[in-house]
Design a protein around this ligand. Structure first.
Ligand code: FPP
Length: 256
């Protein structure tokens, strides 16, 4: 194992570290363009940042990392870039999974996976099955994912369950919806990070991010290094999460 950077806990026992971090890795194309390189060079460099981030999460007590690798809308990119992104995804599944497994990382791929070809589908199945008992970190890759799609597919399941008599319509709660989203095995994200300067959610985890702390940075994803991630964690540790309560209530509960 390599040695990693660890953030000093200065929270005094509050919420020092997010348990679940969700990320939009934006800016690969611009990073490449600035250097006169093809966009795929930015995605390749972005992949290296993913490797580093997985290690840093392990070192800092983050137990769940969820990355937006390919949105439902990304199919609209030039066909050549889509193909190269698919190749990168397939080669990551082929070459990285063994290392993830050796580091006790559990891998999940979420999204509308029907659109992927046979090769990627079978690599996903093998990777999830190999790593299913790992516990140090759960790495979830959102691929052909959209937050609205996720909510819609949960609604379809609810309707089916009501129609079959398995579920009473009066018993439908927020928990019912949450349990049918494709993130049902994850706690809600505590911290959302978006690199690349845009300040929007871009149809990512719309339901799940309801109470997440949002962190935006202008840094392009390939430049998102250890210092940048630790700055995001540090920022999170200073925020007071109120979940609808007043600051005083939260202060009393923390000091009790
Ligand atoms: C956004 O940058 C990035 C993507 C659409 C793809 C992200 C993919 C990786 C980081 C590598 C693969 C990762 C895994 C886990 C397989 P952009 O192209 O929109 O950049 P731009 O806004 O500068 O054009």
């Amino acid at each position: 194992m390599l040695s990693f950077r660890r953030l000093k806990d200065t929270s005094g026992g509050g919420h020092p570290m997010p348990l679940h971090v969700a990320v939009i890795m934006d800016g690969n194309g611009r990073w490449a363009r600035k250097r006169g390189l093809p966009r795929i060079a930015g995605h390749r460099r972005g992949m290296e940042v993913v490797r580093k981030l997985v290690r840093l999460c392990g070192e800092n007590g983050v137990k769940y990392l969820t990355l937006f690798a390919f949105s439902s809308e990304n199919w609209r990119r030039p066909a050549r870039e889509v193909q190269l992104l698919m190749d990168l995804f397939a080669s990551a599944l082929e070459n990285e999974v063994k290392k993830l497994h050796d580091n006790d990382v559990k891998l999940h791929i979420i999204g509308d996976l029907d659109r992927f070809g046979e090769r990627i589908t079978s690599l996903i199945k093998d990777a999830e099955s190999l790593t299913s008992n790992n516990q140090s970190l759960t790495l979830t890759i959102a691929a052909n994912y959209g937050g609205r799609w996720d909510i819609a597919q949960a609604c379809q399941k609810i309707v089916k369950q009501v129609q079959s008599g398995e579920l009473d319509d009066q018993a439908i709660t927020e928990e019912t919806v949450g349990s049918l989203l494709c993130t049902h095995f994850l706690p809600e994200p505590d911290l959302f990070i978006r690199t690349g300067g845009e300040q929007r959610l871009s149809n990512y985890l719309l339901w799940q991010l309801a109470y997440a702390e949002l962190y935006f940075t202008d840094v392009l994803w390939p430049d998102f290094d250890d210092e940048e991630f630790l700055a995001a964690l540090q920022g999170f540790s200073k925020r007071q999460r109120r979940f609808g309560q007043t600051g005083e209530q939260v202060g009393q509960a923390t000091n009790a």
